[in-house]
Every structure is written in structure tokens, then in C-alpha cells.
Design a protein around this ligand. Sequence first.
Ligand code: BGC
Length: 747
Amino acid sequence: MKKVVLSALLFSATVSAQAQGLPVYLDESKPVEERINDALSRMTLDEKIAVIHAQSKFSSPGVKRLGFPDLWTDDGPHGVRPDVLWDEWQQAGQSNDSCVAFPALTCLAATWNTQLSRLYGESLGEEALYRKKSVILGPGVNIYRTPLGGRNFEYMGEDPFLASRMVVPYVQGLQSKGVAACVKHYALNNDEEYRHQVNVIVSDRALHEIYLPAFKAAVTEGKAWSIMGAYNLYKNQHNCQNAILLNKILKHDWGFDGVVISDWGGCHDTDEAVMNGLDLEFGTWTDGLTMGRTNAYDSYHLAVAYKEAIQAGKYTTKELDEKVRRVLRLFYRTTMQREKPYGFLCSESHYDAALKIAQEGIVLLKNDPVKKGQSPLLPLDLSKTKRILVVGENAIKMMTVGGGSSSLKAQKEILPIDGITSRLSSVAIDYARGYVGDTIRSFDGVTVGRNLYDTRSVAELTAEAVEKARQADVVIFFGGLNKSSYQDSEGHDRKDYGMPYGQNELVESLLAVNKNLVFVNISGNGVAMPWIQKVPAVVQGWFVGSEAGEAIASVLCGDVNPSGKLPFTWYASLGQCGAHALDTYPGTWRADHDIIDEEYKEGIYVGYRWTDKQKIRPLFAFGHGLSYTTFKMDKPVADKQQMTADEKITFTINVTNTGNRAGAETVQLYISDKKASVDRPVKELKAFKKVFLQPGESQQVSLTVGCDALSFYDESKSQWTAEPGQFEALIGTASDRITGKCTFEFK
Ligand code: BGC
């Protein structure tokens, strides 16, 4: 015993002696802010300038002399991007940078399951750690404003509340591994076309009620360590150097203490970058136009130009020190954090997470019987199904390659055709291509597994598919979009809302010979479905990554009971969307053709807020998603009839699984302000909960809201306000399926 005490004493004496010898910035017993100040005081001007801009496509330097390692960032939201060459987008050709491709964020949002969001962040964080990346360039939470948006698939849908609830656990999960989230693209980056030139004109109310909440939640609740400025402009200033968005709202109002990173090439001006809140510059196109120039990092706006301006007395080091302080804070949170767990790449647990998220995010949009009196077409009745025809390019096309910066080098991607073939070994599976869409074989040097080159004519492709469909019991069509340019991909929006490559005509031709048609739509956006009345079953299959084929097959066969709910309104036509109805997209070019002004004339009326107001019936409503079982929702009960600003109100509802399969239902609570001094949406999502129920099982679901759920952004006071009066809580299982109401008064 004596011996133990003695050695403990000796140990602590040695540790404190060592600590005494350590400079403060390395002394882990000291508060981080003290360590930051100490490090800052030791840094030279050159070292300070070096840490605030890139040194390669994805890295920025640490401070070698003081022992701070370089900082490595990497895309993206859905998996860790393969390493690229030092100065080029082309992949470096490493053999250890394959990854698990997680479902794209629209699919994650469609799970309405915050625990899965946490799991997503944690799993991605472990992959990033293994790959020695300290900042993951994601998640993206730009609002789905128009279904043409090329990057909607990377985001979390149209509703600020849903996106907020889903982004927070993602950020927390990722950062629990010592890897920083870089929430993007802040803000108002809602379309891709002309993304560097769009000047968004939006009301303060829409900015605060629709476009900012998910960023705010990521920062104030998720405590995101970094955020990425967007390419576009707001109030005539690029968002990576935007005084209002960065200095005022993000840093002052929300108290953000992390690093503002420019989107790659989003910084355009030294003065604005210095003064308006940018901290770390990446990807600047050094000829000022569109081309990079090898090793041109000294020409960055926050490099030599900034240093020389300081030396010339144009700026003091006040702004510089503030930027460096933030970067050092990021170092302490990531590269300098010694408590980090180990990373894992392509582990079984990551594949399990990807599969689970995919299975819970897939949405059963429609499921009718083919003939009256029969069961719905899905799940497939394997006792009667002997021959299945799989049609469509999306059954054989890898979707993890392409789409822009979120493109991955997945260690494995189970294609739909393979998922179905391996799940249905007792069924004869035939395949017909049906149409040819995208035959590009690689993206940034990552090659897709299969050569999709096909020279057959439309007539030949159709004839083959129709002939085979005639012989089949069931036809499963995998179509939709495909992440090629203009089809759900960065850099451009879609040109129109229709299904590309003659898929509609093909659907009609197939229906003429076989009515047992399941359409599995692969996309991150809604698409027009002119044949919807005739196709009995439609499944939204998203871009679900490594486990795509397995996840989709498990839903089609009923191994998994679908429970995904749409995170956006699925319009029947483009005209049903406010932005298009008011002809606001893509905006109006100024005379010099340099800037395009896009006025968000629909204001807060985005998605279901617009369709509710205009009494439009979309193809599928926000929050819609079917199940193979049925649920009974009892009358909701409120715990009070009146509430004050300091109180909360709870609504309880009994939900019962009345079918004969286990399943999950998402109870959604929308608030409606009955009378207000300003125009308010018919209803707004303010709480939700997903419950898993065995057949016959019931559960009480309680949803609580506070006064913030009753508030609107009052432009005259620049603050959130809840006005006294009558409110209604509308509770249901979709925005167009409200099953119960409670009225209450706010005093
Ligand atoms: C994209 C970002 C991405 C960055 C780095 C940009 O073009 O907008 O989302 O993180 O490139 O790849």
C-alpha cells in the first residue's frame, strides 16, 4: 500500500514538474483560451498569415515550429472523398482511400429519426479519423426552394424545423470523434445555376424563418466548429465575405466561436475578407476567373496581399489575431486533441449504419392494388411472383460516383439489380436497359464499375423491355435522375421538372403490356410523374450509397417495413412551387451581365407553406410516406388550455399499430396561428416523433412546444415575437393528413 502511495506521489510530482516546464500553449491543464493566447503571442506574422489560407486543394498549414500539425479538410457530407492531387481535383490514386458511402442527406432527413442522424455523424467521423481528416465539409442545410436545385440531394429538405432537428445530432456525432463539421453553404445558396453570380434578394422574415434556422441550430445547439460561406451574394456582397451574414448574424448574434471557411473559390476581395468575418481561405482561383494556377497560394486574398497591407499600416493585426485565434481554437478541438478515439474505415458497423439509414429513409410514395379487392402490389408477394423484370439504367448504374464534390470512391456499392437478384434467389430475374441516359465512366478519376456504353436505338431498347415485360409477373422500373450534369449534380440546376431520357414514354409502353409495375425513383429531388394514376406502386429510393441495392430490395420484399417521410413537397408540376409560380427563378441579369438578381418573391411561402396557402394539392405532400401496416391515431389531448411565454405545452396522442406487421409511424405536430398582425402560414412543423410499434401495440406519444414554436420574425422589431391569441396544434402523419387538433390560447 505504502509503495502505491509513494509511486503515485512521485508520478504526480513528475507530471506537475513536466507541466511546469511546458509552455502554456502545450499545457493541457490550462484552459484552452489561455493556451490560444499563449500560442498567438509566440507566432510570427508569417506564421499567422500561413494558417489562414490553404496550402493545397484541401489542407492548410499548422505551425511547424510550435508543433501544430497541418489541418486536413475533405468532402463531403456523405462519405470521405478520395484524396486528390496536391493542386488538382483529380484523385491521387491512393489505395487506402475508399470509403463507405452513406445515404445522401435527403434520405437521412427522410428518416425523421434524430438518433440515426447522430449515428451518421459518428460513423462518418470514424471514417474521417482513419483518413486523418480533421474537418468534414458538411453537412449541407440549404433549403429546398425549387425542385430544380442541382444540390438538393445533399441537403435536408424544405422545412427549417426538420432540417434543424436533423442537423444538430449529425454535427454532435461527427464532432464527438474530434472531427469538425463544416456546415455549408452559409447562406441562401438555394440553386446551382450561376451560383457565383446570384445576388439573393430576400425579406428579413424569410431569411430568419426559412433560410437561417438550420444553420443557427447547427451553431448554437450543435456547436459546430466551422462553417462554410456560400458562393452567392446577399445584399450585393459575396457570402464568404459578407458583413451581415458573418460578422453580425453568425458571430455576433449567434456567438459562433469557430472558423468561417470560404467555399472553394468563394473569396474575391482582400478588404472584404479581412474585415467581414472570413477566417480561412480555400480554393481561390488565382487568375480571378475560373482557372487554378499551380502553387499559387501566395496569391490568395488572405496571403501576401494581406501581409503587405499590414506591413504598410493599412490594417492593424486586430482582425488577423481574431482569425488566428479561431483557427487555433479549431486546432485544439481537432488536430491537437489527444483524447480522440481511433478511426475505422469501411467497418462493418459503418455499413450497418448506412444500411439502417437507407432502409428508414426510403419512402413508399404510393401502394395500390393492381385490381380492386386485391392486396397492394407491395411488398412483393413471393408466393405468386415467379418472374420479375427489372428495367432501367438506374438499376445498373453506380450513384456514388458523380454529382460534384460529394462524389466518392466507395469500397462497395450494391447496385439495385444485384440487391434484388441476391435477395430473390428463388425468382427468375430478367433485366432490360429500357433507356440510355448517362454513359460517362468516371468522375475526377474514379471509375464506375460497369461500362454503360450502349448504342441501341430507343425503338430497340423499348421493344426489348416491352417484350420481356410481357413475360414477367412484376416489372420493377429503376429510373429517375442520375447525378450526371443537370440531373442532380453540383454546378448546374436541372433544366426542367420532367423525367429525362424518355422514361415517361417507356413507362407507358410497359404499362400497356403489364400493369404490375413498381417505379423506384432514384433522385434527390421531386420529378413530374404524368403516369402516376396508372402505376400502382412508387418508391422513392434516393441516392442511398453503399448499401443501395440491399436496402431497396429489403423494402420491396417487405423484410423492412418502409417508414420514410418526404422532407419536401413533391409537386405535380413546377408551377405548384412558389418560386416558379411567381417566376422568380433564376432571376434577372443586370445590364453588365455580371450579377443576376434573384428575388425570393414567395417570401416565407416555401414548400408546403406555399401549397397550403394556395390550396394546391401536390403529387405528394411534405411529411408523406406510407407503410405496409396501418396506424390508428387517437384524439390528441393537451396538458393545458392556456400557456404563457415561460410555459410549455404538451400534446399527448395514443398511436396504435392496427396492422399485422411491425412498423414505424412519425407523429407530426404543426402549429397554426389563428389570428395575427402579419400574414402567417396555414401551419408550420414544430415537433415530431417517430415511434416503432409491434402489431397491435400502442404507445402514448408526447410532443412539447414552447413559445418559440408560436413565434414569427417581426421585421419591424428585428426579433422573434409570439402574439397572444388562439393557436391550434394540428397533429397527424403527414402535412396533408392531420388526424387531430387541439386549440389553446397564448397569453
Ligand atoms: C463546393 C463545396 C465543397 C468544395 C470542396 C465547392 O465547389 O461548393 O461544397 O466542399 O467545393 O470540394
